[in-house]
Design a protein around this ligand. Structure first.
Ligand code: AMP
Ligand code: MG
Length: 492
């Protein structure tokens, strides 16, 4: 058992030379209160969900007590923001507390977001507000339980320390867990500063700790071939991650390269959004005026970001063609993964040539009819025996529905699954519950008044989104009109 008085830390990142980070402690928050704790994330650290655990986490999460064995530091990195290179980023309001090893031997980074100013804070105050911490908490736990790779959230703490945004808000923190907090931007920092030795140290460190078990890596580590294996794996994980976002209807909102995890986790939640009505051009980030990070752009942006990483890795290679070859795999990996996920959503086992068209036509139909993406697939999961066509008609009010359903029915005849088995499989991949923006907003508004129960209520469905929850049926419904128009900006 780990406990909060000790635990087994193996702080490998703080063993790297000092040009990778700045050591410093969190700046304490006043009068801290625990907003929410995730027992499921706690289990990853072998923490027991007791009052004592929660009390100690309140102190640790507010910077009022150190987790014995931790060695807090702010990581340095840079990155491309909205397409332009920014040489000066780094952990401006978060600290890597340390790397805790669980009983399975897994090392988990503990990162405290909102821990106070660091040398990388630029003009910021180093703080985070309650609404952004709750949003990250809810989304990371929601994506995890949907089966999408993501950082985890252990707890949110709030306080009486004032933080000024458009208004005065409560200084708060999120204690985040991830197997690694290394970003594409870490590599860009050393590349653009022409620190090629440090770049190699970082690549070797990343491979040793996170990519050592790739097939064939042992024999080729440190060579062109080893760096190619590593980069090809990052490209693969990024392409498959974004395929999963697209299939789930999730938009990240700020896919800057400093928000791209080197291990392929969904990382740094800001103005993200799960789509309600399907819309190719869905833009969840109110500040994204050009739509650079619109839903439909995410696969291409993932590719572009992998290109920026590839560029930063150039000094490691004798033969830079190897980088291009690995990057060239991205479109195919993305398309194959996305198609497979969409066919799973349709309950189709094998892939036929015209299936891509079936998917495309459906998405066009959902787009044209402003249909709720999640509800459509969940309703279709009972089609046709449990759910009569008129339920779909109520959802999709469009003349193209009938011809599409005809094509789908014909296609199902060639699918080697009976209705019952197909429906069962479809309900395991088409969630009934997603983190709708308005649900997060309602939970935040209550939490800002000191009532944290709505977060817990919401978590009941988010931890098993494919199951039925009769007591929480209302969380599966379409949002009210006001709930579709909420806008989220970057000021968090
Ligand atoms: P983000 O938009 O949250 O991905 O942050 C981009 C960069 O700005 C990172 O280097 C953050 O550490 C930094 N940053 C964001 N908010 C703050 C803040 N309130 N204080 C200091 N730095 C911040
Ligand atoms: Mg960020």
């Amino acid at each position: 058992m780990n406990n909060l008085d000790g635990g087994h830390f193996n702080n490998t990142y703080s063993g790297l030379p000092e040009y990778f980070y700045t050591r410093l402690d969190p700046t304490p928050l006043e009068n801290p209160r625990l907003v929410v704790y995730s027992p499921s994330a706690g289990q990853q650290l072998n923490l027991e969900d007791t009052r004592e655990t929660r009390e100690k986490l309140t102190l640790i999460g507010s910077g009022n007590r150190a987790w014995p064995g931790s060695e807090p530091l702010a990581m340095v990195y840079s990155g491309h923001q909205f397409g332009a290179y920014n040489p000066q980023l780094g952990d401006g309001r978060g600290l890597l507390l340390g790397e805790l090893v669980n009983t399975r031997g897994e090392k988990w980074d503990l990162h405290l977001k909102g821990a106070g100013p660091t040398p990388y804070s630029r003009f910021g105050d180093g703080r985070a507000v309650l609404r952004s911490c709750i949003r990250e908490y809810l989304a990371s736990e929601a994506l995890h339980h949907l089966g999408i790779p993501t950082t985890r959230a252990l707890c949110v703490v709030t306080s009486d320390t004032p933080v000024y945004r458009e208004t005065r808000e409560a200084g708060s923190t999120l204690l985040r867990l991830a197997r690694s907090h290394i970003r594409f931007g870490h590599f860009e920092y050393f590349f653009y500063n022409k620190r090629y030795e440090a770049l190699k140290e970082l690549a070797d460190y990343t491979i040793e700790h996170h990519f050592h078990d790739l097939e064939g890596m042992k024999a080729v580590a440190g060579s062109d071939k080893g760096y190619q294996l590593f980069y090809a794996e990052v490209v693969h994980r990024t392409a498959t991650l974004i395929a999963r976002w697209q299939a789930a209807g999730f938009a990240h909102g700020v896919m800057n390269t400093d928000n791209m995890s080197i291990i392929g986790d969904t990382f740094d939640y800001g103005p993200y959004g799960f789509m309600d009505d399907f819309n190719w051009h869905y833009i969840c980030n109110h500040s994204d005026h050009s739509g650079r990070y619109a839903f439909s752009q995410q696969p291409d942006i993932g590719y572009w970001n992998c290109g920026r990483l590839g560029q930063a890795l150039v000094p490691l290679f004798d033969d830079i063609e190897l980088i291009q070859k690995a990057l060239d795999q991205y479109p195919q990996i993305y398309t194959q993964t996305y198609t497979r996920l969409m066919l799973d959503k349709l309950g189709l086992l094998a892939e036929e040539e015209e299936d891509a068209e079936l998917v495309r036509d459906l998405l066009q139909l959902l787009h044209d009819s402003h249909c709720d993406y999640t509800l459509f697939f969940r309703t279709l999961s009972s089609f046709p025996s449990e759910q009569p066509v008129n339920q779909l008609e109520a959802l999709v009010n469009h003349p193209s529905l009938a011809p599409w359903l005809d094509s789908y029915k014909k296609r199902l005849k060639r699918n080697p699954l009976d209705d019952q088995n197909r429906q069962k499989r479809m309900k395991q991949v088409n969630p009934k519950y997603i983190l709708r923006n308005y649900l997060a907003q309602q939970a935040i508004e209550k939490a800002e008044k000191g009532d944290y129960q709505e977060i817990e209520n919401l978590m009941n469905v988010l931890v098993s989104p494919y199951d039925e929850h009769p007591d929480f049926e209302h969380y599966a419904e379409q949002p009210p009109e006001w709930g579709k128009k909420l806008e989220v900006s970057c000021s968090s």
